[in-house]
Design a protein around this ligand. Structure first.
Ligand code: ZN
Length: 150
């Protein structure tokens, strides 16, 4: 189990240092800002949805390694997915992070996102890991209000 934890930690550090999809998408049709006041994390998401599919997604912003890694892994995971699938993934991810560690959801659907399973043991970091997801949900719900974890 500790090997797995090290692997997870390495992946979070890697994505935190070298975030994927860290850019602006010029033709995004959903743009949303998110803020986690608890830690000072900020994220701006650029989502391009066409025919119910997330064709492109990218982000910018600044925050701690966990929030950056989460946005990086999230954008990689949802690109090319249908909006309904993205909503399901949001629910699964949220359950993984905030749920009972003894009753984790089926992580096979979550793929690499399962690296955040250890975060539920650190309540103060939960909002860092979920910030980009709340922001994505606001973006696809076409809610123009900035997302906040508060
Ligand atoms: Zn943070």
């Amino acid at each position: 189990m500790s090997d797995l934890r090290d692997l997870y930690q390495d992946m979070i550090l890697d994505h935190g240092r070298n975030p994927r999809n860290f850019r602006e998408t010029a033709d995004a049709n959903h743009v949303c800002d998110g803020h986690n006041p608890l830690c000072g994390d900020r994220v701006k998401l650029f989502v391009k949805v066409r025919d119910g599919i997330v064709e492109d997604i990218s982000f910018q912003g600044s925050g701690c390694a966990i929030s950056t890694a989460s946005a990086s892994l999230m954008t990689s995971a949802v690109k090319g997915k249908r909006v309904e699938e993205v909503r399901e993934l949001f629910d699964d991810f949220h359950e993984l992070i905030t749920g009972d560690p003894e009753q984790q959801p089926d992580s096979s659907k979550l793929g690499k996102l399962a690296v955040f399973s250890g975060v539920c043991e650190f309540p103060t970091r939960v909002k860092c890991a979920t910030l980009s997801w709340h922001t994505l949900k606001s973006a696809i719900d076409k809610d123009d209000k900035p997302a906040s974890t508060e």
